[in-house]
Write a protein that binds this ligand. Structure first.
Ligand code: MOS
Length: 754
């Protein structure tokens, strides 16, 4: 099996002779997107005009459907079918896997009379037009027997239990050390339910040809969706052709399939015509997943010099009864700061809310909102600069596992950031700086997020015109996957970018795990790199073995690939000429990557430091971002522009987390009160005035052959805490309840007599 040592040393990507790696090249599919011509799932042109399906969803949080009157809906204009749990075609029971290698279990729609959350599908109407389907859906009358539901998280902590297969992690004697510590912090922080609110709601277009179904859908994982549909319909996965070419945001919310996928396929089979189904914006909030609320208790014990002796991060969170998911909000803290006595763990409350699930940087995103404020509180108590406090607790090895770090530039992220941001301008005494009615302050926080490599494949073909096509069952959820795959392939084969086509999002292509956990670039990219290397070998053999090639006879080890040419010193020809002559049908090879056997012998993470300056309006309690800067270390950067876009997006999301973002639960229905983009508040352009970031030079040779890592989730980790710390520095008001809306800020100011 591969060792990380096999990855060390130069290769075409690390040598980067073409200069394509790292360059901020434009998005591969950018022109299609900005001209509105990229066909997203709902835009797919089916072989014949599709019928349109509309979901009818539950209006109670828990109970039973006692009756459904569909007579009026059935008789409405254009209606082609109306399904409820009583007449929907048979599907495999939830959680079944006929194929043991399946990547997803079955997930039937309208699977029974039980209502498990508000917004669960209870009926489905298909009509000739969207308008007719929607009108008919309004005519479906559902009667329920409601049961008592648990929807108030803060009132339910007595029901919290350990998550399945999980225990607290104890190292040393936390309780003894905390009791003995001369300086302590014991505070709780709360972050509320949040929602992905992707620009593109979930949607599927499905049609059948014989026993095979084609689905164009919006999903982060190609194989996961293909297998889930196959398992649910109890058909072989080879009979499901799933395509997901353009995706308008995922963030973890499209890591799994939903009822649009299952019901469009079932209805298309029944009606023998294509069927298209999309979630409404309101249905997205309830029918898909959300980030659960998290309550985090942080206890820190320190010596007067700032060294931590006792360290505890305990998170209480919630999930749906029927779909266990744990927001691992304490996990990140296991790798961040040195402290000999440690306690970390999670508690889970099962509730009757829509399903909780992963959302951008699951764990870190809410989790870092606690510890990174607690460190700020401790720094003030000790009279030590927050950066200095962190430096004094910088571990040499992973503080929990004792493993060496693959590479760790956290301190440089902080010091470089401090210098570029102008941290020395910060007055450590809060509430001192004024700009008219604005109270001005600065805060910082760190970022950490794991790095992962999963098994993946890729295929690459060169045709007689010299055009190279990369194919992979990978997705681009807006992150820039198309673009980096083009760059990697071009650099690996020494050809101009324009010679490389990228085709992804198709279950017929060599499989990759998809987009999630910020593993996409490293995973899919490494497979593309390996495929490119295999094509180099195949073309080298072709050239040195071909009497008509100027490279005939080799030596093969001296072959280079540059500027679209294959060469040995001054003997060269174009790749196109070689292939046209020696392999006119083209050459196709595949490559694959899997984690090295010893990769987990290293503690592998991406790191960063956020710096924020805010103004707090003393009259209104409004918080305005004045400036934000972040420094990040995330391996070799493949594309300066798309990587920075990811980080920028994460940081902006962190601003929203700190100031505006919350899904309030309506206790009557177990629903979310804000269900659209007008009420679910994310920062807009005018809120983000001066936000910038930079990457440190880095290559992590323990990560993969290219030394790259992920950036998709790093930028949000810790970002909100930097804002919260800045609010404190501005006002002296310490808020521990996100988001820090004007009402909370004003109450804090008034309590201080400000
Ligand atoms: Mo992600 S939240 O692991 O897609």
């Amino acid at each position: 099996m591969t060792s990380v040592r096999d990855w060390a040393g130069p290769n075409p990507v690390t040598e980067n002779r073409g200069g394509v790696i790292g360059k901020g090249v434009d998005r591969y599919e950018g022109a299609l997107k900005v001209t509105g011509t990229a066909p997203y799932a709902y835009d797919t042109v089916a072989p014949s005009p599709p019928a349109i399906g509309v979901l009818v969803t539950a209006t109670i949080p828990r109970g039973r459907v006692t009756s459904v009157d569909t007579a009026e809906a059935q008789a409405a204009p254009g209606v082609q079918l109306v399904w409820t749990h009583l007449n929907v075609p048979t599907q495999a029971p939830r959680g079944t896997r006929a194929n043991p290698r399946s990547q997803r279990a079955s997930n039937p729609a309208l699977g029974g009379d039980r209502v498990e959350y508000y917004g669960q599908s209870v009926a489905f109407v298909v009509a000739d037009t969207f308008e007719n389907a929607r009108a008919a859906a309004e005519l479906v009358k559902v009667a329920y027997a409601a049961e008592p539901a648990v929807v108030d998280f803060l009132a339910s902590f007595d029901q919290a239990t350990l998550p399945p297969d999980e225990d607290d992690v104890h190292i040393g004697d936390f309780h003894g050390a905390f009791a003995a510590a001369p300086v302590t912090i014991d505070e709780s922080y709360f972050s509320p339910i949040q929602n992905h609110v992707q620009m593109e709601p979930c949607a599927t277009v499905a049609w059948w040809e014989g026993d095979k179904v084609t689905v164009h859908t919006s999903i982060q994982m190609v194989k996961g969706g293909q297998h889930a549909l196959a398992e649910t319909l109890a058909i072989p996965s080879t009979d499901v052709h799933l395509l997901t070419r353009y995706i308008g945001g995922g963030f973890g919310g499209k890591g799994q399939p939903y009822d649009d996928l299952i019901l469009s396929a079932l209805a298309a089979r029944e009606l023998k015509r294509p069927v298209k189904v999309a979630y409404t914006r309101q249905q997205m909030f309830h029918g898909t997943i959300h980030r659960p609320a998290v309550d985090m208790r942080v206890r820190l014990g320190a010596e007067p010099d700032g060294r931590l002796t006792a360290f505890a991060v305990e998170a209480t969170t919630h999930c749906a009864r029927a779909a266990t998911f744990t927001e691992h909000a304490a996990n990140f803290s296991r790798n961040l700061y040195a402290a000999p006595n440690r306690l970390t763990g999670h508690r889970l409350v099962r509730m009757d809310l829509p399903h909780a699930g992963p959302m951008r940087a699951p764990g870190e995103a809410p989790g870092m909102l606690s510890l990174e404020c607690a460190m700020d509180e401790l720094a003030e108590k000790l009279g030590i600069d927050p950066i200095e406090l962190r430096i004094r607790n910088e571990p040499d090895i992973d503080p929990e596992t004792g493993k060496p770090f693959s590479i760790r530039q956290l301190v440089r992220c902080m010091t470089e950031g401090a210098q570029r941001f102008g941290w020395e301008r910060r007055n450590p005494v809060p509430g001192q700086v004024r700009d008219g009615r604005w109270m001005v302050g600065m805060g910082m926080a760190t970022a950490i997020r794991g790095n992962f490599l999963l098994p993946a494949k890729a295929g690459v073909r060169i045709d007689a015109g010299g055009i190279i096509t990369l194919r992979q069952g990978m997705t681009d959820i807006g992150t820039g996957t198309y673009t980096i795959l083009q760059q990697i392939t071009a650099e690996t084969l020494g050809v101009p970018l324009g010679h490389v086509r990228v085709e992804i999002g198709d279950s017929d292509f060599p499989p990759a795990p998809g987009s999630g956990g910020q593993f996409g670039a490293a995973t899919a990219g490494s497979a593309a790199f390996e495929a490119g290397m295999n094509l180099r070998r195949a073309l080298t053999e072709l050239a040195v073995g071909d009497p008509n090639s100027p490279l005939y006879g080799g030596p093969a080890e001296y072959v280079t690939f540059e500027n679209g040419n294959i060469a040995i010193e001054n003997r060269s020809e174009t790749l196109a000429a070689l292939v046209r002559r020696a392999a006119p049908d083209g050459v196709y090879v595949e490559g694959s990557i899997s984690p090295a056997a010893d990769a987990r012998d290293y503690s592998q993470h991406t790191y960063g430091a956020h710096f924020a300056e805010v103004g707090v309006n003393q009259v209104t309690g409004e918080v305005r971002l004045r400036k934000m800067f972040g420094v990040f270390a995330a391996g070799r950067i493949l594309n300066a522009k798309t990587a920075k876009s990811q980080i920028t997006g994460g940081m902006i999301w962190g601003v929203g987390t700190a100031l505006t973002e919350v899904n309030a639960v309506d206790p009557r229905f177990g629903s979310f009160m804000n269900q659209d983009m007008a009420e679910y508040l994310a920062p807009v352009h005018a809120d983000i005035v001066d936000l910038d970031s930079m990457f440190l030079d880095e290559a992590d040779d323990k990560a993969n052959p290219m030394g790259i890592k992920g950036v998709g989730e790093l930028g949000i980790a810790g970002a909100g805490a930097a804002i919260a710390n800045a609010i404190y520095n501005a006002t002296g008001v310490r808020l521990r309840d996100y988001p820090m809306t004007p009402d909370k800020v004003l109450a804090g100011l008034m309590a201080k007599g400000l």
